[in-house]
Design a binder for this molecule. Structure first.
Ligand code: DGL
Length: 263
């Protein structure tokens, strides 16, 4: 495996771009491939079996493109499929989980809220994460149907998003949370709108930067860190490429060409 082979990154849609940005900042020499499974979004309300099947198909495509490592830039896909992909591929496979550990360390009220998809919150991996890291901290969970669809449309602000965010954060604030975990990779794109509705003193935590550091550690261990210049990112979508191109301009801040992928 060549050091300058690309890293394959995927998500149910555009949410993983929040992670891709962190990877690109920390590891600018890496060539990144990104698949948005926007033809099958949202994963959050679908069965673990379905998400495993989707993840297998996308991972297989990325490996065919020459990927030296895989990143599941999706909490929901990680909960359902990371163990399966690790059993299939002998390469670094990096997943992600809601940031319970840093949130438990950061809270002063001793109450932490988790905004995530139903799939993530109902998973055995999430239960194990709480057992391991919540300690004496009370963790209040909140599934957020509808938010992912807003981000997929590039709708990051406005009355509809604000109403949804209020309906999901109000119960957490009432429960005494001072720290909110953004446990889905789509949600960091709603940070600006969230900040306008949350009282001051509320901390928001997400995992994108930690995933980038974990990828660097895993590539370094495997002696696979790129030693040449990046060839620039490449994007695929399982929905209409034009829609992703439009949303990329907003979320990624650049004009990129997107190819259609049917897997
Ligand atoms: N972005 C995904 C996550 O991190 C899931 C969104 C969805 O498709 O429901 O959980």
């Amino acid at each position: 495996m060549s050091n300058n082979a690309p890293v394959g990154v995927f998500d149910s849609g555009v949410g993983g771009l929040s992670v891709l940005g962190e990877i690109n900042r920390l590891l600018p020499q890496e060539t990144l491939l990104y698949v948005a499974d926007s033809g099958h979004v949202p994963y959050g309300e679908k069965s673990a079996e379905y998400i495993r099947e989707r993840s297998r198909k996308i991972a297989s495509f990325l490996v065919e493109q020459g990927a030296k490592a895989l990143v599941l830039a999706c909490n929901t896909a990680t909960a359902a499929a990371v163990a399966d992909l690790r059993s299939l591929y002998d390469m670094p496979v990096v997943g992600m989980e809601p940031a319970v550990k840093p949130a438990a360390l950061a809270t002063r009220t001793g109450v932490v809220g988790v905004l995530a998809t139903t799939g993530t919150l109902q998973s055995a991996r999430f239960a194990a994460l709480l057992d391991r890291f919540a300690g004496a901290v009370r963790v209040v969970t909140q599934p957020c149907p509808g938010l992912v669809e807003c981000v997929e449309r590039g709708e990051l602000q406005g009355q509809h998003v604000e109403q949804l965010l209020r309906s999901y954060t109000d119960p957490l604030l009432e429960a005494g949370c001072d720290t909110l975990i953004l446990g889905c990779t789509h949600y960091p794109f709603l940070r600006a709108q969230l900040m306008t509705i949350l009282p001051s003193g509320i901390t928001l935590v997400d995992t994108g930067a930690a995933v980038a550091r974990q990828l660097r550690a895993r590539l370094s261990e495997a002696e696979l860190l790129a030693d040449g210049a990046s060839q620039g990112p490449r994007f695929w979508s399982t929905a209409a490429p034009k829609s992703l191109e439009d949303v990329l301009r907003v979320l990624w801040g650049r004009n990129e060409t997107v190819r259609a992928l049917s897997v």
